[in-house]
Design a protein. Structure first.
Length: 438
């Protein structure tokens, strides 16, 4: 889902009646209007190393939009730890922003609330047409067969970031292509007194992204073809255990990472404390924390065997940020103009360069800024070996329940408690019982 930050989301369900917040933007009437044509409220997701960095990136562009249109955009950058709860509060209270960023994995869940403007052909025509966007990005904008609930803004994929000096000191010539190779390299790295692989064990969304990929690599899915939870499928159980075993058995993820949920693993990597990091489009974040781009390399995420591709060689979820409009906005025309501006070729180049992500607008991808070796890995992953997370209405609950189960398993591993097939299955069975009825 998100750019460099995929932080934990709260234990929420779409049916929960949440208290209203005093946010700017639309009315509670639910129809949308142009009653306030001179202002927009925009909730941006925290894409950079800090909220302050995001404001530095976005405010000049919002000023540019105001100069072009006369519409002032009131910006709030919302941390990932708060974003889903804030959005769900707004969907129930009717007091939300006009425009907002959402993690692309949430698209179908938020679509099911009925609070977001559907992007039918007429609305897409207002921003230049659907065919401007990459098909992989459009695949994570809502449930299949329905008009998208949002428009792709930033596209991302997971990659393996590795510290060149630590690798050289350990006598490792190239990044691992398989998990077995990563575990073997880990023994050499630990012998040099360094941690091997960073993780965010208390970050529910990060947990979901990784166990989703491990499930794909084991030939399994968390949902059946008709959208029903299948968390206790033996291959799913095996996949989740294999991921947690990177800490519990293989000792490549340090125990302290079981408590990480707010980019601490990225900071550890940037400071040279660990050799490898699995993250979404992390280059800009690492450079903002003082790590030279010459100090790290970027490679595809390992697979079970062979090289990344389709089927069981999937090595990333299709990650990204979508931009959505609350359909009860008081500035419907202005909101569409803003989405058009943010997804214009020019702005796509500026914003995705700033965040080291990939433009979902295909014309913008041709810019030389996205032809570097670092972005080449991400572009190739999105094109050949990434899969979309389930676009089902209960996806946000899936992130919460299964993400929590994995968090608890990491806590067990960190505390020295056994992580067994039975204990993994028990956690996943509990998670499935917490899912809403179909």
């Amino acid at each position: 889902m998100r750019r460099i930050r995929a932080a934990a989301v709260g234990a929420v369900t779409l049916s929960l009646a949440l208290a209203a917040t005093a946010c700017g933007g639309g009315s509670s009437a639910g129809g949308g209007s142009n009653d306030s044509p001179k202002t927009l409220t925009y909730w941006a997701s925290n894409q950079g190393a800090s909220v302050a960095v995001d404001k530095q990136v976005l405010q000049p562009e919002l000023d540019k939009f105001e100069k072009q249109t006369g519409i002032k955009v009131k910006l709030e950058v919302v941390p990932w730890s708060d974003l889903l709860n804030r959005i769900l509060t707004a969907t129930t209270s009717g007091q939300g922003p006009d425009v907002l960023n959402i993690g692309n994995t949430w698209s179908a869940s938020l679509q099911a609330t009925g609070a977001l403007l559907p992007w039918d052909e007429k609305n897409f025509a207002e921003i230049g047409g659907r065919d401007r966007f990459a098909g992989t990005a459009l695949g994570s904008t809502g449930a299949q067969g329905k008009d998208p609930a949002a428009v792709p803004l930033y596209s991302m994929a997971y990659a393996l970031y590795y510290n060149k000096k630590i690798f050289a000191d350990a006598g490792i010539a190239k990044p691992p292509a398989t998990w077995d190779e990563l575990v073997a390299d880990g023994k050499k790295i630990r012998a040099e007194g360094k941690s091997v692989l960073g993780a965010e064990g208390a970050n529910l969304s990060e947990n979901i992204h990784h166990v989703f990929v491990f499930a794909k690599q084991h030939g399994a899915d968390f949902f059946t073809a008709d959208g029903k939870p299948d968390f206790t499928n033996p291959k799913v159980v095996e996949a989740v255990k294999r991921y947690v075993d990177l800490m519990a058995k293989d000792k490549v993820i340090p125990p302290g990472d079981a408590e990480y949920a707010q980019n601490q693993s990225v900071s550890d990597f940037a400071k040279g404390k660990q050799a490898m990091l699995l993250w979404q489009s992390a280059a800009a974040n690492l450079k903002s924390q003082g790590m030279s781009e010459d100090d790290f390399g970027i490679a595809p995420v390992p697979v079970v065997s062979g090289k990344p591709g389709t089927g069981t060689q999937v090595n990333s979820a299709v990650m990204g940020i979508n931009i959505a409009v609350f359909k009860n906005t008081d500035n419907l025309d202005g909101a569409r103009k803003f989405v058009k501006f943010m997804t214009s070729d020019a702005e796509q180049k500026i914003l995705n360069t700033a965040y080291s992500s990939i433009p979902p607008v295909t014309a913008a991808q041709e810019d030389p800024a996205f032809g570097t070796p670092a972005t080449a890995v991400l572009k190739d992953t999105l094109a050949t070996s990434a899969a979309a997370l389930p676009q089902v209405p209960s996806e946000s609950q899936f992130e919460t329940t299964v993400g929590t189960a994995v968090k608890e398993l990491f806590a067990d591993a960190a505390a020295g408690r056994a992580v067994t097939t039975d204990s993994v299955k028990a956690k996943l069975e509990k998670a499935q019982q917490q899912m809403p009825a179909a």
